[in-house]
Design a protein around this ligand. Sequence first.
Ligand code: HEC
Ligand code: HEC
Ligand code: HEC
Ligand code: HEC
Ligand code: HEC
Length: 697
Amino acid sequence: MILLILLGCAGGSSPGGDTATAPTTPTEPTPEPSTAVLRVQVTLDDQPGEGVLLTQPGTTLQWTTDSSGGAEVEVLLDLDGDIALAASHPEARIAGETISDSILEAGELEIALSRFLTTDNPAYVFQDPGTPTRSDTTDQCSHCHLSLTEDWYDSAHRSSASNPQLQDLYAGVAGALTEEDACLRAGGRWQEGRQPGTEEAAWRCYLGEGVLPSLNEGCGEELPCDSAEASPEQTGACADCHAPGIDGELGGRDLLEATGIAYDLGVHCDTCHKVESVELSASEPGVAGRLRVLRPLEETASKALGPYLPLTFGPYPDVLNPRMGSVQRDHFANGTVCAGCHQYDQPVLVPGEELDAARWPEGRLPVHSTWEELVQGPLGTEIPCNSCHMPPDAEAGNSADLGTHDAGESVGIATGWYRPAGSVRRHAWFGPRSEEQRMLGLAAWIDLQVETVEDELVARATVHNSGPAHAIPTGEPLRSLILLVEARCGEELLSPTGGDVVPDFGGAFDQKEADEDWELWPGAEPGQRIRVARRSGEWRDYTGFGPFGDGSFSAEEKGLPVEQWAGEAEILAVDSAGRVQLDRPLPEGERAWRVSALGLPAEGEAARAWAGAPGMAFARLMVGPQGERNVPHFMAVDIASDNRILPGQASSSEHRFEGGCEAPEVRAMLLHRAFPLELAAERGWPLSESVMAEASR
Ligand code: HEC
Ligand code: HEC
Ligand code: HEC
Ligand code: HEC
Ligand code: HEC
């Protein structure tokens, strides 16, 4: 810790309190002069450092050096903390020093900057971020950045590699089925593979598609692909974004190589803050291409600093703590760093399959397009991702918890200086899954209009994307939003009589086309419904993302048939062959689904099968090689439809119900669902739906 008695403080608030007169010409008549002028000379690798940004930490003062590397600066002496100067250049670690009494007297200061080496060092070991309860040494970021660590620890970034759904989809496993019996009953294979995050063997339930078994021919036929003997080649790029902290060569790594910190702590401090630049034109995701990671190569002799000279990229130009080796980059504050992983166009990964070149001339399918949705939205990059997902921390003294430690710590190079309230951003990445702030309520609102036309209630529901600067839903293509509309007289549900219905991706236990036997539903249970929709032959002409909105696709190519309510019947009994007895005859129609009962759900209730219910649904629908709909993106060979609601836009649907009483109530509810119902059921994932918006009339 650097302790320095300050001189030249005219104000009484500073520690040190001596009142020597500062060697300056006063610029304002009163109060007393509390500034000092210094002639600063900056070198960059021993040459004049032109265009170097000079700042006085703890203030907002800034200067830039001229072509000779010089600048005249007027530093503020009345300050809570040491008087210092920092020099920031994009090719060098920030350098500077505390301005001592003798420097002030001499009126001159020299700062030498050295360019950092620009070759990434694969031998570097990513540093331990620490955790909220593991922060005892300066080897952990949490030691000095505890508040940031606490927020990050609860975020989806921290659990991005250990995420059980990710691991299930990677190995083709249902991790929830931990007993052989349950596994076999579900149609799985009980085999010895590997415990994710470890090198250890473990018995697991192999079931359904997976990156390793589905993308590597022959893999998984005898031994599971995640067993020690297997060496699959196609790894689906999952680790490039979900486990960016695997040491060694960056990019194209097997997710199973993520062990230790890379597994437990996912997208962590030292992965994001080693990003030197973001290559928006690179097609490989995350650390495989779009994020240019630079791990330091310069060796140090100092044990305290580790084997290599510290190198940290961050938003600030004024951090002098030598433990940081700080370099300022704009891509943090303006959110461009997010585009490294929240934007991804994927080629077809399934062996032997190709994209339809007429539909996808670039040869890639948009999987994650959150960044592009923002860029193409009405505000462009004016409101960066950070402004909503990393809200300002009004309490933080600075980003290293200055002011929350023992009283009497001296403010200076080691601790950093006080920053204006709200300049530190919470590393919480609030999203639909965050306990503290789910954000879903900020994303959408429903405009519900109801009129009575000849004994029928006609409801028009318009869902507005009102909050996010990106589509809703965005991100993982397995997400969907489901709009449900119901009408009641008191407790009693009014029967729908027509209007738009939730498409198949709202979830069904089973589905049949017109030419199939609608009485045969093996696996059916009494109480479930058979719901029927009519298809008019027309297609919805919506404005979606990319070719679904830019005029490239016709309405038919946008893939959403107009489907209207035809009717439903309740299953009363099922015989052993699966033939159902219904409470009434089924109406005619083109599609039938086996689904759950109607009626808006209670918050937190397990997800229901909503296909065919009065309402609508919004998703990017990935299609598999056999035409399977709503597949995980690694199986995708096409996108059937993408009617997600773009920023600032809205989507309307119409729903009709029988009139029944004097004062019927119509209610609409918009639900956010994380995974397709069928996939969650197959893998034993818990699935509930969260309410995003409600309206009633
Ligand atoms: C370009 C970076 C990137 C790549 C590559 C990537 N993902 Fe993701 N993945 C993300 C992001 C970002 C999210 C979070 C988006 C959201 O919440 O909507 C996510 C979310 C998920 C989720 C949802 C997690 C949950 O708990 O809700 C699953 C499952 C998933 N990814 C699986 C995979 C698999 C399997 C692969 C490899 C085939 C893969 N991802 C490749 C960036 C990526
Ligand atoms: C997903 C990438 C990401 C991860 C992971 C991450 N950061 Fe940051 N960090 C950022 C971005 C972006 C900013 C800039 C925020 C702003 O100013 O808008 C930032 C800013 C900072 C700052 C400057 C203060 C501020 O809030 O602006 C510090 C200090 C910091 N991060 C430390 C950490 C530590 C410690 C961790 C681990 C606990 C961490 N970061 C994890 C992206 C990340
Ligand atoms: C010994 C204490 C200490 C440790 C350990 C530490 N930091 Fe810092 N760090 C600081 C201080 C002090 C600041 C300046 C705080 C400020 O001015 O707001 C800082 C600033 C930063 C910044 C902002 C840099 C800039 O120029 O924008 C980032 C990013 C950061 N730290 C990341 C990390 C990461 C990642 C780790 C772990 C690998 C880490 N820090 C470990 C003390 C520490
Ligand atoms: C190194 C890759 C990477 C970078 C860089 C990155 N993210 Fe993420 N992000 C992910 C992954 C992977 C997930 C999903 C983790 C999971 O659920 O398994 C995710 C999840 C999220 C979520 C949570 C979504 C939810 O469903 O709760 C938000 C919000 C988010 N990221 C925002 C950001 C913002 C804002 C930035 C830029 C400051 C950013 N991310 C930078 C990879 C990244
Ligand atoms: C104006 C505020 C705002 C901005 C800017 C913003 N978001 Fe969001 N974001 C939200 C809200 C609100 C939600 C919750 C709605 C939802 O999940 O669909 C959300 C949801 C998300 C999700 C979770 C999606 C899901 O359903 O799983 C991810 C991932 C995400 N944002 C990433 C980003 C990234 C990356 C950027 C910058 C490119 C960004 N956001 C910019 C407000 C914003």
